[in-house]
Write a protein that binds this ligand. Structure first.
Ligand code: URA
Length: 219
């Protein structure tokens, strides 16, 4: 499934005022085994156009492997489709200080700017469950009051937030309820290694849930 080019153009236009660069399409089958919603692409992704293809992506592929899935079987996207950056300084080996761009977390205005894209994907991709990776994906869909530490590793069945209209910069709730499964973002373990054990526990629960679905058990 690929979003229409006209929708990508809307997203590119809406994000223009903000310090972001590039545009990476989400991707995967129209009927995937699950849908993954991350935060925003990084430098690697905007250079090769493939979501989760950098360091975080390597971790994510390991997570998918743990539950017996491959990249080709899942739909991968994120709250923001461009790379939010901030300028910083880096000291070269020669001692020279150079200015370079660093990744940063997208802010609410940037999330709203790209909301029509994720809204479209949520509506058109027929995934049995949406796995949110990190706080940004979770709060974008399940609301700002949700905290990852409270709900991670559990299945939420609820409406999700969608942009009211292109002219309006607030969210409303979908009529339909979706199954959400929040867990930590794969990059979180770069800063806090102990989260890996929690993520593994979450993945094992997700695996059980998907196996029950396969066996046709009702949820
Ligand atoms: N983090 C994300 O959320 N998405 C990517 O594509 C890469 C890193």
């Amino acid at each position: 499934m690929k979003i229409p080019d006209s929708l990508a153009d809307i997203g590119k236009k809406r994000i223009e005022p903000y310090p972001v660069e590039g545009f990476v399409f989400g991707g995967g089958p129209e009927k995937p085994k699950l849908m993954l919603v991350g935060e925003a692409p990084g430098e690697t992704e905007i250079n090769n156009g493939i979501p989760f293809s950098g360091r975080a992506g390597e971790q994510l592929m390991g997570f998918l492997d743990r539950i017996g899935l491959s990249r080709e079987e899942v739909y991968i996207t994120s709250a923001v489709r461009s790379r939010p950056y901030k300028w910083g300084e880096k000291k070269e080996r020669s001692g020279e200080i150079i200015k370079r761009k660093y990744n940063r977390t997208p802010n609410q205005r940037e999330i709203l700017a790209h909301a029509p894209i994720l809204d479209y994907e949520i509506e058109h991709v027929k995934a049995p469950i949406i796995v949110t990776l990190g706080n940004i994906g979770l709060k974008r869909l399940a609301g700002r009051e949700k905290k990852i530490t409270d709900v991670r590793g559990t299945v939420l069945h609820q409406p999700v937030q969608r942009l009211k209209s292109l002219e309006d910069s607030t969210f409303s709730w979908t009529e339909k309820s979706y199954y959400l499964f929040p867990t930590y973002h794969p990059a979180s373990i770069f800063y806090n290694r102990s989260l890996l054990e929690h993520i593994h526990n979450d993945l094992d629960k997700l695996n059980m849930y998907l196996n029950e679905l396969k066996q046709g058990k009702e949820h």
